[in-house]
Design a protein around this ligand. Sequence first.
Ligand code: PA5
Length: 415
Amino acid sequence: MSDAIKIVYETGAEILEDAAGLRARADAAKERLYAGDMDFTGWVNYAARLPEDLLSDIERTADEIAARCKYFVVIGIGGSYLGARAALSFVDRADSKATAGRPEVLFAGFNVSGTYHANLIDKIKDDDVCLLIISKSGGTLEPSVAFLALKKLLTEKYGREEALSRIYAITDEHNGKLRAESDNNGYKTFILPPDIGGRYSVISPVGLLPLKAAGVDIRALLAGAVSAESEEMIDLAKKFASVRAVLEQKKTVETFAFFDPSVEDFTAWSLQLFGESEGKDGRGVLPVGVGISRDLHSLGQFFQDGRQIFYETLLFIENPTHDITVSGEDAGDYTGRSFSEFNRAVLEGMAKAHRAVDIPIIRVFIPENSAYAFGQLVYVFELTCAITGLLMGVNPFDQPGVEAYKKGMLDYLRK
Ligand code: PA5
């Protein structure tokens, strides 16, 4: 079994004392989430409850997809694609022997750029393709439009009957346009459980089907998520949530800084999770993604010397899968030192500089780039986010603000 996630706080004693004062409320929030009577808490303990026949169906279907295509295009937006993309970037698939012969997973429908989708179609048009459309509501404009364009490609390429057999869907069990279309056209479908919202859905068919198709060890990912339910890990999430709830009263921005590009898409997933769950009723901190070292040479000036509106959450991989040691006649003092040592030096240098100007720092140490670590990380973050929201007194499971732009967009299109 791999090491577990560790979180280290350099936030100052006062913040930690205030967070400790929230302990009883954090305990109560956790109990509420686990009680099973709160709306949209179906993701709680889901990995442990996932029925074996559903998991086997996901695996069988993913293997069928892998055998049928070179490109597997996942169409969705927000919680319907960010989690799978995060895992695909994060999990080093050199640790899994299952990737040979697996399709490349591509994403569509998270924007409506004609250039993006024309280039995508151009890339895939001469090879075998399968589609997965994921939409809980079944009617979100961006994925719906992308689906229309990609369905047309498939129909022209394979003829109607085969094209339909290459389309897979994940949607609500009963409602929505996509459910009706899936039933009419006989798509192979999986259900997005009604009590799991998009941004909490990566550990459900939404994430598991594309990940298995790409060769990710989803049983290890599920085991990682289950491991995050130990008393120790739940305590870790409760403390993280309490510290974040205290910082929410003092700061307006949380920077999520990643030190390895494999964590960039996980950061994007985190921004959705925290931003959409906590930013409401005039509350919340704005989550911002920061790439290290890159952004130390641009935003670094602001961090050190600008308006102190933020605290930072540093996402650091402790044991990278690969490393390089510097050598050569001009390597001088760097001879024999590894990239991971340099990355650690960046972390320590940044933390020292930021401590000097009183920036509160939370260090999240992720053990490795494995499917197991990803599952654990996702569940710890989901639990942290939900508990923080409850401590703040907001509903961490709705997103009323997202509807406003959709209405404006549809009004514009109707004109
Ligand atoms: O977290 C959420 O619920 C949202 O981000 C949705 O996933 C996103 O808006 C896409 O919605 P749908 O799956 O209904 O197309």
